[in-house]
Each structure stands twice: as structure tokens, then as C-alpha cells.
Design a protein around this ligand. Structure first.
Ligand SMILES: [Zn+2]
Length: 459
């Protein structure tokens, strides 16, 4: 494949699987009385059987929009899991699979509670959501193929993971490592913790015989005029399989520190975690997770021939703020995750590679949007209906979304636009957002209504 091909295709394939969730997540949310707000997991991958056996303690709260009527059925939106046992406070509970979901029958006294902790023993098999190689494993969308999702996968939950691994393996998971996690000093039981709640679709883990390199990005002290940047030194980890020595990882990911400085300045916030990891894998994966990213060699290796082909590093890193730290409240707001991220990737390229590189990204987005127009399916960005094809959904959420951010930038001018984006980011860090939140932040800095512009593009 030529370097140009993945470049052209890339924005439309990156993170694409998230949109597959739309129908099932809406259905699950509508039927769920409960929402998970914390997962404590013990995971043991079996590389021969290509399974993961797990014990999960799932902390549940009654969903804010739950009916006041007591429902004794607790629904898990995870039909592919093999659940061996379920219990609350040591009391075994019946679990049955029906209608594409697991249901657990609660006694009335437990069903009436506002919160409870459910213990599950289960196993997950290789497939979409849990990808095995000979000596590695990683999770991918759809999260609910390996995690017992309760409630909407847009919901935010904390996570702790204890990975029981063969000797010599390294690991990666959402949040921060609380044991050594890189061979050869890592123990066989490796622990990670994501303390702040993040969207379920950004929670995950990986393990394998990884090569490793790291860089330390220095703390920023705000003296460059960027307000709101707490001093924080960031450790950047680059991981790969055996055919990717540390020197190769450092060469391919060398632009990461400069990108980190660019995005944190534009966000007005440091990277949410004290470290960020990028795992280079075979194939075309490109997926953000809380505190790390999975990047396929097909997406990144063109950088060896053309230094400007750095979009996938930028795209997944930008998601640490837009799409992960700040996440859409509904799937109709998915453009806030992807449109802003595609735009921010273009803005990075403009700053690093010049005006032509920015214009090239806008041209790619224009061609993407044109596909929706040609199909007679040019929808407002936050249109809540069903798209007939994923490519059309991506044409709107990724391409038209990025072009709308460009249009906002042109309308507001440089200083006001970037002040508005920073205000939006700082105001909603750690929360779910809807389009009206972006509009309000931009209007606050513009000092005028932007209703006509938002009406033309979004509503
Ligand atoms: Zn993305």
C-alpha cells in the first residue's frame, strides 16, 4: 500500500467501530434500571485457548432516569460473555441469557436499593472486542464484548485491573500503573487503576511480550501565556511487538512530545494522566482508550517515508481531551468526539507542517462530506436518526464535523475561536457534553449569538 492510501482513508477508519454501538447501546440504556460507575477486575488471559477468565466487582447505582418502580431484573449488555456465577454480598443470584443480553434476578430487597456491588465470574472469548495474537492480547471496541456492561456504554465508570500474566509479559490498561508493568522487572500480577470515571467505550487493557521505549515530556509552567496548564511532567511510553525495537519505536513516535505541547496548550489543560502509552500493532487498528492508544503499523509506517504522515498519532492523542476526558452524552453527539478531533489533527498539521497541510486535511474532509451529499444524505451534525451505512455516518460526524469547526474558526477569528474551544474544554473536563455546551462556550467568548451558524450545520 502506498503512503497516500492510508492517509486518504485514515480519518474515516479511525475509531470507526464506536459508531457500531449506536443501536445496541440505545436499546440497552432504555431497558436498564442501573448504571455501572466502577469496575474492579481480575483478569487472566489464556493465550492458548484465546480466552480471558475474569472476576468482576461491578459497583452499580440506580440510573438517574430509572423508573421509580422496582424491577427485579438486572440487565447486562454483554451477550458474548460466558457468565459462570453472579452474587451480591456472597448471595448467589440466577443469571440467564435471553433476548441478546444476560439478566440477573435480584431479590426484592436488593432490587429496591439505590446502589449495590455485583460480583461476576465470567470468561470472554477472542473476537471483536478481544483480539489475540500468538503472544499478545488487546481489547477493542466493542467494550461490552469483554466487560460486563451495565447501562449505557456512554456512561462513565472508574476501573481497576489486576492482570495475571505469564512471566516476562508487559501490560497496559486504562489509567495509571500501580505496579511495574514493563518486562523484565514486571511481576506476574500487574495492576492498573483508572480513578476518575471515563466512558466505558474508552476502558481497556493489553498484554504481551512488548518492546518498550519511553520519553519524558517536561512540565509546562504556563509562562508561555497559556492559562490553566498545571505543571505536570508526562511520561510517554511507546510499545511494540518483537519486530519493533525500541529505536524504531522512538523514531516513529518522535513527534509525540511536540503534539502533546500543542494539544495541551489549545485545550488549556495538561494531558489528563501523568503518562500516555502508544502500542504499535500489526494491521490497521487506530483506537483511543483512556490514557493510551492502539495504533496499527499500516496507519503509522508511512511516516518512515513521509514525515508529515503523522495524523494517526495526532488523532488518537487529541482524543485524550476530546472524546475521552470530554465525551458525548448521546450517540447523536458523536460528532463532538470525532469532528473536533479531526479538526484538531488538521490544526496540528497546520502548526507543524504549514498551511498546505491544513488545507489538505480540509480537502479530505470536503470529499468525505461530498459522499453524503451525493448519496442524498447530508444530515445536520446532531441528527439523531439511523444512517443506512457507516460510511455516511462517518462522512457527517468526522468530515462535516471538522468542516464545521473550520467554519466556526473563520466566523469567529483566531483569538476568539481558540478562546472558545479552550473555554469549552476546561468547562467540561471529566463530563459528558451535548452540542449546546459547545455553542454556549463559543458564544460566551464571541459575545454574540451563534444560533444561525449552529442552525445551518448542527441542528
Ligand atoms: Zn477518532
Amino acid at each position: 500500500m502506498t503512503p497516500r492510501a492510508p492517509k486518504f482513508l485514515a480519518p474515516y477508519f479511525s475509531c470507526l467501530s464506536a459508531v457500531l454501538l449506536l443501536a445496541t447501546s440505545a436499546q440497552a440504556h432504555a431497558q436498564s434500571q442501573w448504571q455501572a460507575h466502577g469496575y474492579d477486575l481480575q483478569l487472566r488471559p489464556d493465550f492458548k485457548q484465546q480466552t480471558v477468565s475474569a472476576q468482576a466487582k461491578v459497583r452499580l447505582q440506580r440510573a438517574p432516569d430509572a423508573s421509580s418502580e422496582t424491577n427485579t431484573l438486572l440487565r447486562l449488555n454483554a451477550p458474548e460473555l460466558d457468565i459462570q456465577s453472579a452474587s451480591v454480598n456472597g448471595q448467589p443470584l440466577p443469571a440467564n441469557k435471553q433476548d441478546g443480553a444476560w439478566t440477573i434476578t435480584l431479590p426484592p430487597d436488593l432490587a429496591a436499593r439505590q446502589d449495590l456491588t455485583l460480583t461476576l465470574d465470567y470468561s470472554a472469548r477472542a473476537g471483536e472486542g478481544l483480539v489475540f495474537g500468538a503472544d499478545y492480547v488487546y481489547t477493542a471496541f466493542h467494550t461490552c464484548r469483554w466487560l460486563p456492561c451495565v447501562g449505557s456504554d456512554l456512561g462513565r465508570a472508574s476501573l481497576s485491573v489486576a492482570l495475571d500474566l505469564p512471566e516476562g509479559m508487559s501490560s497496559l490498561a486504562s489509567g495509571q500503573a500501580i505496579t511495574p508493568t514493563h518486562a523484565p522487572s514486571a511481576p506476574s500480577l500487574q495492576r492498573w487503576q483508572q480513578t476518575q470515571p471515563y466512558p466505558l467505550y474508552t476502558l481497556g487493557f493489553a498484554a504481551g511480550h512488548f518492546t518498550h521505549a519511553q520519553q519524558v515530556s517536561p512540565a509546562r509552567d504556563g509562562r508561555d501565556g497559556e492559562e490553566g496548564l498545571a505543571p505536570r511532567e508526562t511520561t510517554l511510553h511507546y510499545l511494540g511487538l518483537a519486530d519493533q525495537p525500541a529505536s524504531s519505536l522512538l523514531a516513529k513516535f518522535k513527534s509525540t512530545p511536540a503534539m502533546l505541547a500543542f494539544f495541551s496548550a489549545k485545550a488549556g489543560l495538561p494531558l489528563p494522566h501523568a503518562s500516555y502509552s502508544q502500542l504499535l500493532l500489526p494491521g490497521g487498528v487506530a483506537q483511543e482508550a483512556s490514557s493510551y492508544a492502539l495504533i496499527g503499523r499500516r496507519m503509522l509506517d508511512p511516516i518512515l517515508e513521509t514525515e508529515q504522515e503523522d495524523w494517526v498519532i495526532a488523532h488518537e492523542l487529541a482524543h485524550q481531551w476530546w472524546g475521552t476526558l470530554i465525551s458525548c452524552e448521546r450517540w447523536s453527539g458523536f460528532w463532538l468526539n470525532e469532528g473536533i478531533t479531526v479538526f484538531m489533527t488538521a490544526a496540528w498539521k497546520q502548526q507543524r507542517w504549514g498551511e498546505a497541510a491544513y488545507q489538505r486535511e480540509m480537502d479530505i474532509a470536503t470529499r468525505g462530506w461530498q459522499r453524503a451529499k451525493d448519496a442524498g444524505f447530508d444530515k445536520p451534525l446532531s441528527w439523531p436518526g439511523d444512517y443506512p451505512h457507516l460510511s455516511l455516518k462517518r462522512a457527517i460526524h468526522y468530515s462535516k464535523g471538522a468542516l464545521f469547526m473550520h467554519a466556526l474558526r473563520q466566523d469567529l477569528g483566531e483569538a476568539t475561536f481558540w478562546a472558545g474551544l479552550k473555554h469549552y474544554t476546561q468547562s467540561h473536563a471529566g463530563r459528558q457534553v451535548r452540542t449546546s455546551d459547545l455553542q454556549a462556550a463559543m458564544e460566551a467568548k464571541a459575545g454574540r449569538s451563534l444560533q444561525a451558524l449552529f442552525d445551518a450545520w448542527v441542528y
